[in-house]
Design a protein around this ligand. Structure first.
Ligand code: 9MJ
Length: 705
């Protein structure tokens, strides 16, 4: 159990903290009370997803029950919560003959087939055009294993798999370990024998955890939740089943006609049955609905297709059932399938194909991704010819090679992926050896020739050619121009796309050669915005070292690290020539960051980009060097108006880097004022106090002096 719990639990009685009455010397009554409490908490946790008490409280009561049962073995019954941990292993499963066969249901794959189903039901019920539409109960189609649970006088006595529909396997001991299967039913349930039908499955988050645990234990991962559920239910050792996070959803009953109801009448519709099962303590689909006619069915299908990715469990379609049970009886069966039910399947999410080639793709951020080129395959509702293999560790783990027959998965709008390979269909050479070797991660980026690095403990390899790699060009330029980097106003995502696509810009240095007429020739570019952009680009020529370092887009070097590096090294040249030891002297720079910096400057491409920026007139060193000189130690500076190239933030940083302080208002203590356009009251005050006033150019000169 996990820790989130609901504090709205019913008020507790004063008798004890958990509301139990003292039982004196009556162990049977004490056991009974403990079981009831534990069942209530387990129901809240496993069926309602709304825990009433913290796990520790459940565990405490559970241990108390265990101790009492150990002291009084005669009082142990097989419906006690302590019996969910599994029984001694079986040598084989017994066969079970289903008293009421577990029928298969027909499938529909299109709206036309659903409309035809509705028409068949109408015909079967003798309804004509003027008659009302049929009401249908709609449910998700769980992608698990069909199970039948027999309750005799409210106690769970036998559970079986569907098998061939007539005979299944007795998996009672395994099913007993599933917390969402009630071991006995409340007094609301009828006396006598009836069956609850439903599906055993593993929820997605439980599946992810299960596979992580499998991996940690060095065991094989399961291909999907359905396989994991099937494997778990087929264990002869129910202790193994008990360790698996299985869930049961109920969707029907069988044999109810034969039972006697004490305080309730028989349900008359499928939707009543589901509500009734919920009151008996079973989990039923939250997303069920009653709809009218074929349009209602199709609307429900669309709704569920939308909801599907967000559901806690896998579904492979929806199920439509004529809601009224009397109408179901009138419709009857045709060749082992009920006429009143149909499953409307989602397009299959998995299909087989063959790997023709494995290509390497470089993502916008430099991630090196192997991609399988496939024989075209229709899966998830579209034809797929490429599927991701994620990374080279995954390729090795799944052992996927060229020529292999593979399972391809396309779930919803998610990128298609290769899930697994069928090794026995692998093409072999004349010596029985695989025709193709396992593909390894390339050392050189196929797009730009830069080195590919695979940081230790990381699955994803990356091209180090950020600024020069065509695959990363747009992303690198967007970052270069961004506000916290070179701050080139007007050079946003769309403009970068246009510039790259028009072949005008390959690397950041190309920006500085752009002309107004080149820009104005681009789509949706007015003369004025072209002029503004050229001015903004020119302005960025005059920058600070830390901004440039950040703008280079070195992996693992964010804004703060860029600042730290600028302060520590003072010039780009000394940063570029620093070794690992020197880099790691910078506060907060560890081996990973230091490695990224070394790898970046080791690339000739990257050094060339920097050289080209210098040649294009971008400068950073001088200002930076002067700024760290302590020239303004003890000085107070006031900034006012709009400066021609520096932002307020930059100017402040320069003053501070040189040891000065920036004040918000002018006073006799002000050392000097830096004034730009539209400077107002502060400028006047400085003039009246006779304080020195500098423009930006003089201010920068002074820093460099
Ligand atoms: C599933 N698989 O979710 C039925 N099912 O009803 C639902 N299967 C079914 N109903 C009658 N929701 C036979 C099978």
């Amino acid at each position: 159990m996990q820790d989130a719990f609901n504090f709205d639990a019913p008020p507790q009685q004063p008798a004890s903290a958990d509301g139990r009455k003292p039982m004196g010397d009556d162990p049977a009554a004490a056991i009974q009370q403990l079981r009831q409490l534990l069942e209530r908490y387990a129901h809240a946790y496993y069926v309602c997803d709304a825990p009433e008490v913290p796990d520790a409280e459940y565990d405490r009561l559970y241990r108390e029950l265990e101790a009492l049962e150990a002291a009084h073995p005669a009082l142990v019954t097989d419906d006690s919560p302590t019996q969910r941990i599994g029984a001694p292993p079986l040598s084989a499963f017994e066969q079970v003959l289903h008293r009421v066969p577990m029928l298969s249901i027909n499938n529909a794959f299109s709206a036309e087939e659903v409309e035809a189903f509705d028409q068949r039901c109408r015909d079967g019920l003798g309804l004509s055009i003027g008659d009302s539409p049929i009401d249908y109960a709609c449910e998700p189609k769980f992608d698990g294993l069909a199970i039948s649970l027999v309750y005799q006088d409210r106690r769970f006595v036998q559970g079986a798999t569907r098998g061939d529909g007539t005979t299944g396997e007795d998996v009672t001991l395994n099913l007993r370990t599933i917390h969402s299967i009630p071991l006995h039913l409340s007094a609301k349930a009828p006396i006598g024998r009836f069956e609850v039908r439903g599906e055993v499955l593993i929820r997605r988050e439980d599946f992810a955890r299960l596979n992580a645990d499998q991996e940690a234990a060095g065991e094989k991962r399961f291909a999907n939740p359905r396989n994991a559920a099937a494997g778990s239910l087929r264990q002869l050792d129910s202790a193994i089943t008990a360790s698996r996070p299985l869930t049961f959803f109920a969707y029907g009953i069988a044999g109810l006609e034969a039972v006697s109801f004490t305080d309730a009448s028989l349900p008359t519709t499928q939707s009543d049955i589901l509500s009734w099962l919920a009151t008996l303590g079973f989990r039923v689909a939250e997303t069920r609905a009653v709809v009218s006619g074929a349009p209602g069915l199709l609307a429900y299908y669309d709704q569920m297709a939308q909801k599907r990715p967000g559901l806690a469990y896998d579904i492979d379609g929806v199920v439509y059932k004529v809601n009224r049970l009397d109408q179901q009886v009138r419709l009857g069966f045709v060749s082992r399938a009920p006429r009143f039910v149909i499953a409307h399947k989602f397009p299959a999410e998995e299909a087989l194909s063959r790997v023709l080639e494995i290509a390497v793709q470089i993502g916008r951020t430099g991630a090196v991704t192997p991609v399988a080129r496939l024989e075209p395959i229709f899966v998830g509702g579209v034809t797929v010819t490429n599927a991701t293999l994620h990374n080279f560790i995954e390729i090795a783990r799944k052992d996927i090679r060229v020529g292999d027959t593979v399972v391809v998965r396309r779930a919803g709008d998610v990128i298609p992926e290769v899930v697994s390979s069928l090794p026995d269909r692998r093409p072999l050479d004349e010596h029985g050896q695989p025709l193709y070797a396992l593909m390894r991660c390339p050392e050189i980026c196929p797009e730009c020739g830069s080195h590919v690095e695979l940081p230790p403990d990381e699955a994803v390899a990356r091209c180090t050619g950020g600024l020069v790699c065509p695959a990363q060009r747009k992303q690198a330029l967007k970052h270069y121009a961004s506000r916290r980097a070179m701050d080139i106003e007007g050079l946003g995502e769309k403009v970068v796309d246009q510039l790259v696509e028009a072949g005008l810009v390959h690397s950041p240095a190309d920006l500085y050669g752009l002309t107004v007429s080149q820009l104005a020739a681009l789509d949706r570019f007015a003369e004025k915005s072209a002029e503004n952009l050229v001015v903004a680009i020119r302005r960025s020529c005059n920058t600070r070292l830390e901004r440039l370092i950040y703008a280079l887009g070195i992996r693992n070097v964010g804004e703060q690290t860029a600042k730290d590096l600028a302060r520590h090294f003072g010039s780009l040249d000394s940063l570029m020539s620093a070794d690992l030891d020197r880099l790691m002297q910078v506060p907060d720079v560890g081996p990973v960051v230091a490695d990224s910096i070394m790898a970046f400057f080791a690339e000739a491409h990257n050094r060339e980009v920097i050289e080209r920026l210098r040649n294009a007139g971008v400068h950073w060193e001088d200002v930076a060097l002067a700024a760290s000189s302590g020239l303004l130690n003890g000085k107070t500076v006031v900034l006012t108006g709009t400066l021609p190239t520096l932002t307020r933030e930059d100017a402040k940083a320069l003053v501070e880097a040189a040891g000065g302080k920036v004040a918000g208002s002018v006073s006799a203590k002000t050392s000097f004022v830096v004034a730009g356009d539209a400077a107002g009251a502060k400028l006047e005050k400085a003039q009246s106090l006779g304080i020195e006033i500098l423009d930006e150019a003089t201010f920068l000169q002074r820093l460099q002096s």
